[in-house]
Design a protein around this ligand. Structure first.
Ligand code: AMP
Ligand code: ZN
Length: 357
């Protein structure tokens, strides 16, 4: 069932992909395409009428919060600097990040009306216009002509606001730095897969330092992420992965990302029939962000970075998928981890792995 994580990170990319695709096959039938409808019907997710944009009920939010607390316990020994940002970042930092080079189709920019009374008048007039799309009548989007870009964009990943900030602080200390981030993120990828939202939360730990420091961090978190999901009693596997780079050149970048084993994902069957869903990801960016932002190690060498991202909505959805919509009927040990005393459960799990927290 579960791929031993040390092995997953050590075997050559091709062998990993082969073993994993066999394992993945076995999990296809554990996905449930009815999950979205069942959650909406039960009032756990609230349909807004827009694919990938949902309201969350009290119980959904409670699970997200409890998971978040469990992740805090899991990383207690990291002494990470906690940083929280609103789900927007400086447009300028975003432009510098080269996100638009790789994922122009996913980015979300923030526009606002910045005109005069005359512009306002035009906006209101345009708002009255109706267009016909096939049989349907819809409001024209001509009013948007009056909207101008602001200096903010929506955050695409929780770690993005961290890098420019670290760079501004000057050279790193000898043992580098570790950060703890949590943010709503935006990606323009409307879908009826409940696991593919347009706005969702990501909890991250981010490591900045030498290649050895960040690689050790990533390996540690592949193991810790697996521990958490095991304690949640979810079926999973760790697999080599790539980001969905845009365009014709995208495949080459994705292949190279795979060949260098830069991204691993922890996958759980959730709602898609063709493949399990990435609930956690473990990324090594090499010098990419270090070079872009001029982040320096203590000895002036360019810093390397890595991050572990926990998909809060996807993990919550996986729990509903595997343990049912009635949280009171969830396995006792899962309930204890989320609503009981999680600290001893997590330290015991870490100790078993030889990773005392
Ligand atoms: P990534 O930066 O793509 O590796 O994403 C980090 C984590 O965020 C993933 O492991 C997912 O759990 C979560 N995630 C990414 N995209 C989405 C999405 N569209 N909807 C919900 N969660 C997502
Ligand atoms: Zn990240």
């Amino acid at each position: 069932m579960n791929m031993p994580t040390e092995q997953a990170a050590l075997v050559p990319a091709e062998a990993t992909a082969q073993t994993q695709s066999n394992a993945t096959q076995a999990h296809y039938d554990k996905s449930d395409v009815t999950l979205r409808d069942r959650l909406i019907e039960a009032g756990i997710l609230i349909d807004t009428g827009e694919d990938g944009l949902y309201g969350r009920s009290a119980i959904f939010e409670d699970i997200v919060e409890r998971l978040n607390q469990a992740i805090t316990l899991l990383g207690a020994d990291q002494h990470a600097e906690v940083l929280r940002f609103p789900p927007a970042m400086r447009r300028r930092d975003f432009e510098d990040s080269e996100y638009l080079k790789s994922f122009p189709n996913l980015a979300g920019t923030i526009h606002s009306f910045q005109g005069s009374d005359r512009g306002h008048h035009r906006l209101l007039e345009a708002l009255e216009k109706i267009v016909h799309i096939g049989e349907e009548e819809e409001r024209s989007d001509e009013w948007m002509d009056q909207q101008k870009p602001t200096r903010l964009v929506l955050t695409p990943a929780a770690c993005y606001p961290i890098y420019p900030l670290v760079a501004k602080r000057g050279n790193l200390a000898k043992d580098g730095a570790t950060f703890d981030a949590f943010s709503y993120c935006f990606r323009h990828e409307p879908s009826i897969d409940p696991g593919r939202m347009q706005m969702f939360r990501m909890r991250e730990y981010i490591r900045v330092g030498s290649p050895e420091q960040v690689m050790a961090f990533r390996q540690k978190w592949i193991e810790r992420g697996s521990l958490l999901v095991e304690l949640l009693q979810l079926p999973f596997e760790i697999d080599l992965a790539n980001d969905p780079f845009f365009g014709r050149g995208g495949k080459i970048v994705a292949d190279s990302q795979r060949a260098q084993q830069l991204k691993f994902e922890l996958l759980v069957p959730v709602a898609t029939p063709d493949r399990p869903t990435a609930c956690l990801s473990f990324n090594y960016h090499m010098e990419h962000f270090g070079e872009l932002w001029h982040i320096r190690q203590a000895d002036d060498a360019v810093a390397h970075t890595a991050c572990v991202g926990f998909g809060m909505e996807r993990t919550t959805l996986a729990l509903f998928r595997h343990h049912g919509l009635d949280v009171k009927a969830w396995p006792a040990s899962v309930r204890e981890l989320l609503w009981g005393d999680a600290a001893p459960i997590i330290s015991k799990g870490l100790a078993k792995m030889g990773q005392e927290a």
